[in-house]
Design a protein around this ligand. Structure first.
Ligand code: ZN
Length: 255
C-alpha cells in the first residue's frame, strides 16, 4: 500500500454494472489505499445518482457534466442549470469535452464545440475544475481551453501525443492516467515525457481496465501507479505523493 492516500479522479460508479456490489468495490478500493473516488456524469440522470451516492458516502465526490457525444443544446442548458443549483455539492464539471472519434460531421462538431465552450465559461464563472474527455481531438480541446482562458483543467485518459500536450502542461493543466497504461504504448510514452508535476491518477471504472473487456474498479488504480513509477524510474510513493498533491492543488482539499 502507498504511504499516502490515493485519489481516483475519474470514475462512473453510478453505472448499473456496479449495482450488485458497489459497497464491496469501495471496500476493496479502501483496502488498496484509495481515500476518495470522483464520480463524473454523462447525463443528467447520472449526475443526480452521483449526488445521491456522494451524500451517502464521504469517500465519494460528485461532478456533473454532459458527455461530449450528446449534441443537444437544450440538454446542455439543463445540465448547466443543474450544476449552478448544486454548485456547493459538486467538486467539478465533467465529463465534458470533444470527441472527434465518434462525432465526424462538421456541423455536429460545431454543436459539440459550442456546448464545450459553455462548460468552459461555467467553470470560470463558478470556479470549478473541468474534468475533460478528449478523443481524437487533443489539439482542438487544448486550443479551445487556452483561447477561452480556462484555469482549472484536468484532461482524463488523454489519447494524444506528448508534443500536443506540451501547451497544456505549460498552461498549468493536469493529466490523469488510467490502469490501461499497462497495455497502452501511447500512455507509456505520454508518462515518460510528462513531468510529475502535472500527473494524477484515475481508473475510468468500469472501462479502461488493465485487461481489455474486464470490468475496471478503483482498486486497480495501484496498477497505474506502479506502471508510472516504473516508467519514471522512481519509488511508488514519489509518484503517489505527486499525484495526490496535484489533485488537491487542482480540486482543493477534500473532506
Ligand atoms: Zn469517463
Amino acid at each position: 500500500m502507498a504511504s499516502i492516500p490515493i485519489i481516483d479522479t475519474h470514475t462512473h460508479l453510478a453505472d448499473p454494472v456496479f449495482d450488485q456490489d458497489r459497497q464491496e468495490v469501495l471496500d476493496r478500493a479502501r483496502q488498496a489505499g484509495v481515500s476518495h473516488v470522483f464520480l463524473v456524469s454523462e447525463t443528467l440522470e447520472e449526475a443526480m445518482q452521483n449526488l445521491e451516492l456522494s451524500r451517502a458516502n464521504a469517500m465519494l465526490k460528485s461532478l456533473a457534466g454532459l458527455y461530449p457525444t450528446y449534441l443537444d443544446m437544450d440538454e446542455a442548458d439543463r445540465m448547466i442549470q443543474f450544476i449552478r443549483s448544486h454548485r456547493d455539492e459538486l467538486i467539478g464539471i465533467g465529463e465534458v469535452g470533444l470527441d472527434f472519434w465518434k462525432v465526424k460531421e462538421e456541423q455536429d462538431r460545431i454543436v459539440q464545440r459550442k456546448i464545450f465552450e459553455q462548460f468552459i465559461s461555467l467553470s470560470l464563472e463558478l470556479d470549478l475544475p473541468l474534468n475533460i474527455h478528449s478523443r481524437s481531438a487533443g489539439r482542438h480541446v487544448i486550443q479551445l481551453l487556452v483561447d477561452k482562458g480556462a484555469k482549472r483543467v484536468h484532461l482524463h485518459a488523454f489519447d494524444g501525443k506528448a508534443s500536443t500536450a506540451k501547451v497544456a502542461i505549460e498552461a498549468g493543466y493536469y493529466f490523469s492516467i488510467p490502469p490501461s497504461i499497462v497495455r497502452s504504448n501511447q500512455k507509456k510514452k505520454l508518462v515518460k515525457q510528462m513531468p510529475l508535476s502535472c500527473l494524477m491518477l484515475e481508473t475510468d471504472s468500469p472501462v479502461l481496465s488493465p485487461e481489455p473487456d474486464e470490468r475496471n474498479e478503483p482498486a486497480n488504480i495501484l496498477l497505474a501507479l506502479e506502471a508510472m513509477a516504473d516508467l519514471k524510474g522512481v519509488d511508488f510513493n514519489i509518484v503517489g505523493r505527486a499525484a495526490y498533491e496535484n489533485t488537491v492543488k487542482l480540486y482543493g482539499p477534500l473532506a
